[in-house]
Design a protein around this ligand. Structure first.
Ligand SMILES: [Zn+2]
Ligand SMILES: [Zn+2]
Length: 325
């Protein structure tokens, strides 16, 4: 994988446009990482369906809410209807949208473990299928054993490759920690505040591909030196990366994942599974193999008690905080 990356870099250097790795995580993250979109999705998972309710819960400007909802309908995450009679237009999850529940749960697993501090996790889940209180765990879909970054091998899938980055709006939106923490304490929001910035996410992704050094990151990402330095500092401060000297003289450094950083790999895998399923037209960019069971696999989020996948329809919760309406 490393050799492949280096070879591509050579080509990349001589090209005038920056090329980007095909990546299902990236595609998923673009959807989830917009702060407002994330909050809307979260409230929808909490059962909110009406425009006014989204607005009062989130304190979001009407026009912003209207734009985001429209975009989410266009992206096929939500659909509109008047099913529950007499209440006017409502927003319902599509299958694609509902399937993002696993991504939320995996980010929650991470946030509960690493970012809740001394507080109890904000949400307690109840799996109505087995009837037990549980927490989400991210496992290999084949053998149901927890996956770690160490026992996953990669190879290119049918959709592998590089292409010019999609044209993006001039203003790069990224998650704003202040917006994310509105209304509810939330482990998912806390996790997104770390990976939610577009560059931070891309730096972490390079890390998963074995890229650890400043210059290599800069070349792969076409990122300005000062921005890269700033994001690396932030990731070190957040406890996700550590800066390690690798030269005898002690003046050259590389960035390695901490234990917490290694754990962040799990939500990445879950986002990848979602993107592979819904956004890659059957051409998976990357095939993953679980070394422990020697199967190609996708990550799955399951109930800690019965190991069945946690679905939005059979998962209930209690709040460990009070919500002011
Ligand atoms: Zn396995
Ligand atoms: Zn269960």
């Amino acid at each position: 994988m490393k050799a492949e990356v280096v070879r591509k870099n050579k080509k990349l250097k001589s090209a005038t446009i920056l090329l980007e790795r095909h990546c299902s995580v990236r595609r998923t993250v673009e959807i989830v990482l917009d702060s407002w979109s994330f909050l809307i999705l979260r409230e929808a998972f909490f059962g909110v369906k009406r425009f006014d309710k989204f607005q009062s819960r989130l304190g979001i400007p009407r026009q912003t809410l209207s734009n985001r909802l429209k975009k989410m309908v266009q992206n096929g995450l939500l659909s509109t209807g008047t099913r529950d009679t007499g209440k006017g237009k409502q927003y319902y999850f599509t299958f694609r949208g509902k399937d993002l529940f696993s991504t939320m749960l995996s980010l929650m697993e991470f946030g509960d473990k690493w970012l809740a501090g001394d507080e109890p996790p904000p949400l307690r889940l109840i799996h109505t299928r087995c009837g037990k209180k549980c927490h989400p765990i991210t496992v290999c879909g084949e053998c149901k054993k927890p996956v770690t970054a160490f026992d996953v091998a990669y190879r290119d899938g049918a959709g592998a490759g590089y292409s010019p980055p999609e044209t993006r709006p001039v203003k790069h939106r990224s998650s704003d920690p202040k917006v994310l923490q509105r209304i509810r304490p939330c482990s998912v929001a806390r996790s997104l505040a770390i990976i939610g910035d577009r560059w931070s996410f891309l730096i972490l992704r390079e890390g998963w591909f074995g890229v650890r050094r400043f210059d290599e990151m800069r070349e792969n990402l076409g990122i300005a030196t000062n921005i890269l330095a700033d994001r690396l500092n932030r990731l070190v401060k957040a406890g996700v990366l550590r800066k390690v000297s690798y030269s005898a003289t002690g003046d050259r450094f590389e960035y390695r994942f901490t234990r917490m950083g290694i754990d962040l790999y799990k939500p990445m895998l879950v986002m990848m599974a979602w993107g592979d399923k819904w956004l890659s037209d059957g051409n998976t960019p990357l095939r993953l193999r679980h070394r422990q069971c020697d199967h190609d696999f996708q990550a799955q989020v399951v109930c800690s008690e019965c190991l069945e996948p946690l679905r939005v329809t059979d998962t209930d919760y209690t709040l460990t905080y009070t919500l002011d309406e």
